[in-house]
Design a protein around this ligand. Structure first.
Ligand SMILES: [Zn+2]
Ligand SMILES: [Zn+2]
Length: 279
């Protein structure tokens, strides 16, 4: 597959899902805003541009390129075993999803990685654009991890593209402020992480931040005991964000980029206020 077709598929899926979720949020919002769209959307969407530029400039081949090279030269576990493409694709997809789950857990527990990832959590509301708001260094590390897995397992290129497209789509879906009937949420949550499930992960209460790490399927959280059905304060009462970086200036694009390298000393009072507030 040519890079142009790959880019077209990814852009079309991104635009389609983004618009669908933005309209859904507009017609049926789940929660009232804390700060709303205006102070957040320019910087959250600006981060998408920064991330795309950084990855394209620094890793021109990306994961799909490595998948094609692995297939050409026959390296990677699935190629060595000679397994059929559909099986290698399916297993490759599942392996990538498990690795992204594990990576997310590690980024929460290793202090210097948490500094990179906490920018994603510092958003004061959670909506479709939060699902795109990741620090470029985190995006780069994540891409390198994906490349290593693709090379190690020989994941087929089609599965890599499918995984990237699905991950991007589910991230926009499960970060959205879209309301779903409770019955539908329970059903969908068996297979895909829903907005109500991932919102728990964006609670300012640390035990809740350290739960529901999955992006695509909820199964890893069930399996590894990190699943939490809902926030203690309920979806309307939960404080979104982190106890640190609660100043609205921290929503600016330049502040987002420098957050991993700064100490949020002046915000510590707010920190204890949020942490000690009753559920
Ligand atoms: Zn996280
Ligand atoms: Zn998130």
């Amino acid at each position: 597959m040519s890079p142009t077709i790959e880019l077209t598929i990814r852009l079309a899926a991104f635009t389609g899902v983004f618009l669908a979720m933005a309209v859904w949020e507009l017609l049926a919002p789940r929660r009232r805003w804390a700060v709303g769209r205006t102070p957040r959307w320019p910087s959250n969407l600006g981060m998408v541009v920064v991330d795309a530029l950084v990855v394209r400039l620094l890793i021109p081949t990306a994961a799909v390129g490595v998948a094609l090279i692995a297939s050409d030269r026959g390296f990677g576990l699935f190629h060595l075993l000679g397994w059929p493409g559909w099986l290698a694709g399916l297993l490759g997809f599942v392996v990538l999803d498990l690795v992204i789950y594990a990576q997310h857990v590690v980024f929460h527990h290793v202090p210097w990685l948490w500094r990179l990832h906490r920018m994603h959590h510092a958003d004061l509301d959670i909506d479709v654009t939060t699902g795109l708001r990741f620090h470029p260094v985190e995006i780069l590390l994540s891409m390198l991890i994906k490349i290593a897995i693709v090379a190690l397992f020989g994941v087929p290129a089609a599965a890599v593209i499918a995984f990237e497209v699905v991950l991007n789509a589910t991230s926009m879906f499960n970060h959205s402020n879209a309301a779903m009937p409770p019955g539908l949420d329970r059903l969908v949550r068996l297979f895909v992480v829903t907005p109500d499930m991932h919102r728990v992960h964006h609670s300012a209460v640390k035990a809740e931040t350290d739960s529901n790490f999955g992006f695509n399927v909820p199964w890893w959280d069930w399996l590894f005991g990190t699943y939490r059905a809902e926030p203690a304060a309920g979806h309307d009462g939960v404080t979104i964000g982190l106890p640190i970086f609660r100043d609205r200036r921290e929503l600016r694009l330049d502040r987002l980029l420098t957050q991993p390298f700064r100490e949020p000393a002046e915000d510590e009072t707010t920190a204890s206020a949020v942490q000690s507030s009753p559920p």
